[in-house]
Design a protein around this ligand. Structure first.
Ligand SMILES: [Zn+2]
Length: 107
């Protein structure tokens, strides 16, 4: 953000096109899709996916970034390998929990 210095802090107006996003949330959904591709045993319904994402996100630290509206941030994933590993671990745990305690009857 050019021209936006500490001293002028109070005068900084956040442009309407920029918002703060939890990148971790975007990544959880993306990584979950790739893991589900290798887990035919897992239910893929909306409820179970939401449960898995919520569980994983509660285990992970949020990672906020300023993003332009509509812009998808995936770059962070390749920048921080450790974050990716933490994501995989949290999601794998989430899948075991959801599989053991599904919020609906098995079809
Ligand atoms: Zn389900």
């Amino acid at each position: 953000m050019s021209g936006c210095h500490r001293i002028k802090f109070l005068k900084c107006v956040v442009p309407i096109m920029v918002k703060v996003t939890n990148v971790m949330e975007t990544m959880v959904w993306q990584v979950m899709e790739s893991i589900l591709d290798q887990r035919p045993d897992m239910c893929r319904c909306e409820n179970c996916r939401a449960d898995m994402a919520a569980y994983a996100l509660n285990r992970l630290s949020p990672h906020y970034a300023a993003t332009k509206k509509g812009e998808v941030l995936i770059k962070t994933a390749s920048l921080d390998g450790g974050m990716n590993v933490a994501l995989m671990v949290a999601l794998t745990e989430a899948m075991e929990i959801v599989k053991a305690n599904p919020h609906h009857e098995k079809e």
